[in-house]
Design a protein around this ligand. Sequence first.
Ligand code: TYD
Length: 141
Amino acid sequence: MKTSLADCRIIDLPKISDPRGNLTFIEGEGRHIPFAIKRAYWIYDVPGGEKRGGHAYKELHEFIIALSGSFDVVLDDGNERKVFSLNRSYFGLYVPNMVWRQLENFSTNGVTLILASTAYNPDDYIRDYEQFTKEKGWHNR
Ligand code: TYD
């Protein structure tokens, strides 16, 4: 599938408001996000001004949530670029494969949760932007 920024979207999650504290949950395989969750990882203790990511995945789909704090996700499909600000734990950003993504502008004490459709596989990464745009091939169609 030829993905683009049009496939990337914010997805609202259920929020069970309760005077004892709010609760949010997520289920994969089409219930809340359009893939089965194979892996979860989180990013934390990010020093001010640092950036994470800066690559695309050939196959992996992911859902990115600001569990606490805030940060920006810069998405680029080789044709256009868009910035999503994540700052609440009851919504997240769905990013399919073959979209260049970078996480930046982290607040202090933030925790970023990422749910992924595959196990960790270094061969799935595209870390060279030139190679990425070439593989997207927008201008060769
Ligand atoms: P990486 O995905 O490259 O992070 P970033 O793009 O922000 O630099 O991961 C950083 C390191 O962590 C890399 O050496 C691989 C390792 N890693 C795992 O071993 N398993 C995982 O699930 C992830 C996400 C990373």
